[in-house]
Design a protein around this ligand. Structure first.
Ligand code: RIB
Length: 312
C-alpha cells in the first residue's frame, strides 16, 4: 500500500498507576513495594498509540474527565501525533484510572475504574462520523459502554470499514450485536467467559474458537500469551507460534498486538503475516516497563524483525 493506513479507535483512555512488588498484601496488611510507574494507558488509547508508532494516521474517539488526568491525556495523544479532536473532556466525572500490580515474573493484575469512559455514547460516534468514514479500520474494546461498541460495529459495517473487536476486559455479551465485526480478538479469559468453555491447552482453544464462530463471529483470533495465537475461521484454524522473550511487564501486550495487527493488515499484508508481525510487536512490549511506554517504534520493530528472521 502506498499511503499510510488510517486507523480509528473508539475506546477508553486511562491513567495507569503501576506498582511493582515481590508480594502483595493480605487483607489488613501493609507492605513495601519495589517501584512505581505513572503512565498513560487504557486499552483503547494503548491500541491507538501502538497503531501510531507502527506508522498509521490515527484518530481517537474517547471521553476523559475534567480533572488532572483529562487534559494530560489529550496532550499525550497530540504529542504522539494522534488526532485527538474527537476526545471530549466531560464535567462531573473522573478520568478513567487503572491501579496495576506487577509480579516479578511480569504478570499483572489490573483494576479499571472506568470514569468518563463510561459516558462514551453512540452520539459521540455520530459526532465523529465524518472522520470515521475516512478510515481503513475501526478498533473497539470493552472499556466503554457495550451499546456504543455495538453501535460502532454497525456503523463500520454500514460504511464498509474493517472492524476489529477486542472484548477486553471480559464481560458477557450479546454476540448478535457484535458479529458484524470482521475480527473478534479475545484472550483466553475473555473467550472463557463468553463461551463458558475452559481454555487450558491448545485443544481447548480450538474448541473455544469454534464455539465463538458458532455464535456468529466470522474470524476469531484467540490470543494465548506465551503459547502464541489461534486464527480460526469457518474453513480452518491455525496455531501461530509465539516469539520467545523474557518479560518484565506484560501490561498492554494485548493492546500492542491489536494496534499493530490493525496497521499491518491495513498495509495490505496477508492475514497470517500481519498476525505473525503483531505477535512479535506484542512480545517486544513485554520487555519494557509500562503500557504505552513499552511500545516500540516502527524502526525499532523492523530492526528486531530483521534480526530474528534474517530478512526484512
Ligand atoms: O491492557 C492494559 C490496559 O488495561 C492498561 O493500560 C489499563 O489502563 C487497562 O485499561
Amino acid at each position: 500500500m502506498s499511503r499510510k493506513p488510517r486507523i480509528a479507535v473508539v475506546g477508553s483512555a486511562n491513567v495507569d498507576l503501576t506498582t511493582f512488588s515481590d508480594t502483595f498484601p493480605r487483607p489488613g496488611e501493609t507492605l513495601f513495594g519495589k517501584s512505581f510507574h505513572l503512565g498513560f494507558g487504557g486499552k483503547g488509547a494503548n491500541q491507538a498509540v501502538a497503531a501510531r508508532l507502527c506508522g498509521a494516521d490515527v484518530v481517537m474517539v474517547a471521553n476523559v474527565g475534567n480533572d488532572l488526568f483529562g487534559q494530560a491525556t489529550v496532550d499525550n495523544f497530540t504529542n504522539i501525533g494522534i488526532d485527538a479532536s474527537r476526545v471530549r473532556i466531560v464535567d462531573g466525572v473522573s478520568s478513567g484510572v487503572a491501579p496495576i500490580f506487577v509480579e516479578p515474573n511480569g504478570q499483572n493484575r489490573i483494576i479499571v475504574v472506568k470514569g468518563a469512559n463510561d459516558t462514551l455514547q453512540p452520539a459521540d460516534v455520530d459526532a465523529a462520523a465524518a472522520a470515521l468514514r475516512g478510515v481503513d479500520t475501526i478498533v473497539l474494546q470493552f472499556e466503554i459502554p457495550l451499546d456504543t461498541v455495538a453501535y460502532t460495529v454497525q456503523f463500520a459495517r454500514k460504511h464498509g470499514i474493517r472492524c476489529i473487536v477486542n472484548p477486553a476486559p471480559a464481560q458477557p455479551i450479546r454476540a448478535d450485536s457484535l458479529c458484524g465485526a470482521d475480527y473478534f480478538v479475545p484472550n483466553e479469559s475473555e473467550a472463557e467467559l463468553i463461551t463458558g468453555l475452559p481454555v487450558h491447552c491448545t485443544d481447548d482453544a480450538r474448541k473455544c474458537a469454534t464455539a465463538l464462530l458458532q455464535l456468529g463471529f466470522r474470524r476469531v483470533i484467540l490470543t494465548l500469551g506465551a503459547r502464541g495465537s489461534l486464527l480460526a475461521t469457518a474453513e480452518a484454524s491455525e496455531l501461530l507460534p509465539p516469539f520467545p522473550v523474557t518479560p518484565t511487564d506484560t501490561t498492554g501486550a494485548g493492546d500492542a498486538f491489536i494496534g499493530s495487527f490493525a496497521v499491518f493488515l491495513a498495509e495490505g499484508l496477508p492475514e497470517k503475516d500481519a498476525l505473525t508481525r503483531a505477535s512479535l510487536y506484542a512480545a517486544l512490549s513485554t520487555m519494557r516497563v509500562g503500557t504505552q511506554t513499552s511500545f516500540h517504534t516502527r524502526v525499532e520493530f523492523e530492526a528486531e524483525w530483521t534480526r530474528r528472521n534474517g530478512r526484512p
